[in-house]
Write a protein that binds this ligand. Sequence first.
Ligand code: DX5
Ligand code: ZN
Length: 218
Amino acid sequence: MIKIAPSILAANFSKLGEEIAEVEKAGADWIHIDVMDGHFVPNISFGAVVMEAIRPLTKLPFDVHLMIENADRYVEDFAKAGADYITVHVEASPHLHRTIQLIRSFGVKPGVVLNPHTPIESILPILEDIDLVLFMTVNPGFGGQKFIESVLPKVEQLARIIKDKDLDIDIEIDGGINEETIVACAKAGANVFVAGSAIFGNVDRAAALQRIKKAGQE
Ligand code: DX5
Ligand code: ZN
């Protein structure tokens, strides 16, 4: 069973509550929360205060994608604001094992994110400590970018390792997902799919979400 995680980065921020209710009703599985600091990525989005405000509006798990430097300093804030998953970038986490332990210490499921060019080797030693691996299929910072297909061999490689080791780890893909690109990602072994513009860029979000989910399940 695949999961769809609409990214609210592409939603209308003046009515976030309605936007979330709409995708929840349409069958969204998680809500993807893109946090950007203007340092690690060249864009600023929103922080834990905004997340806390929308937390009571839905029962869906919050999948918090931190695109920030010094993530350790903010993990507690996002945990207390109601994160279910917190993912941190390998490229921005010099003490990755410590950061993962810190996330788990707040009862939140930890995950790691790999930029398109980052090989999977650096996360192999900590695979047993995480619940989620997120592969970026765009360079992080903005919604609406083109899907980078050359990431897929890494996804296949990791899916095989997870299977061989019999681990329980979700593989998530983020960037440029739509009803076409999801097909190869699902085939490569991913099971959670972030979609921003492909959902919120449509007037009929429910139909868009259903089309993407159906394409990923085939
Ligand atoms: C990019 C973000 C993504 C983004 C995806 O830095 O991490 O989650 O919102 O947007 P789309 O689906 O439009 O590529
Ligand atoms: Zn994201």
